[in-house]
Design a binder for this molecule. Structure first.
Ligand SMILES: [Fe+2]
Length: 237
């Protein structure tokens, strides 16, 4: 498990061409082209890939409604206010993340852009009746990198539980190897030159209504019952 501290350059991020899915079906696009929008059009709140009661009982419709309708939407609305009239208004979302990473004077834009991107990625990292076994090609890559699927899930759990305060646990592809990393607050592997495969949101707003302070119960339930291995497989390079 690795804690991300270094920000990658925008050039590095662009060169490596990240992929992202906005829905549970495979939707891939290179960094800089996703999500597509007309020049200077507002950044859109991506639709949820399922109804807000689809993840019950692991994640209630109450949690999902607040998380998507208040928190995720709030990041999108804040971002659009912050970039209005700036050169960022013409950029695709992932490019805004890359262009503001590591720049203290652009921290508010980075935080809201990264949280917008991270949440869209999180929704697709989950699905009803998820968990179980990954597709064969991904399982083979997991076994090469971690030894076993169980070891990978243990690393993801440890990352989620040891992230102090708000943040994210991620399965990423870094070169030819798969890794588990954790990021604090809005930070994202996109800013560090890695390709995200799936993520678990460990901000309290992701689980507190359903699990109160029992983050471990939320993380274990997500990994056993909701994690969308097919989405991670689709993101593999
Ligand atoms: Fe969140």
């Amino acid at each position: 498990m690795h804690e991300i501290k270094q920000m990658g350059s925008a050039e590095e991020v662009t060169r490596r061409g990240f992929v992202l899915s906005a829905a549970s079906t495979m939707t891939m696009a290179a960094l800089g082209t996703f999500p597509g929008r007309a020049s200077a059009a507002p950044i859109a709140l991506a639709p949820l890939p399922y109804p807000d009661n689809a993840l019950q009982p692991v994640i209630s419709s109450n949690t999902l409604g607040f998380h998507y309708g208040k928190h995720h939407k709030g990041y999108v609305d804040n971002l659009n206010k912050l970039i209005a009239g700036t050169h960022y208004a013409d950029m695709p979302l992932a490019k805004i993340v890359a262009a503001t990473a590591g720049k203290p004077d652009r921290l508010a834009i980075f935080n809201n852009a990264a949280q917008t991107w991270n949440h869209t990625f999180y929704w697709s990292s989950l699905k009803a009746k998820g968990g179980g076994e990954p597709p064969a090609a991904l399982k083979r890559r997991i076994e090469e990198s971690f030894g076993s699927l169980g070891a990978c899930k243990t690393e993801l759990t440890n990352a989620a539980l040891t992230q102090f305060g708000s943040g994210w646990a991620w399965l990423v592809q870094d070169g030819g190897k798969l890794k588990v990393v954790k990021t604090g607050n809005a930070d994202t592997p996109l800013a560090s030159g890695m390709k995200p495969l799936l993520t678990i949101d460990v901000w309290e707003h992701a689980y507190y209504l359903d699990y109160q302070n029992r983050r471990a119960d939320y993380v274990n339930a997500v990994l056993d019952k909701l994690v969308n291995w097919q989405f991670a497989a689709d993101n593999l390079g």
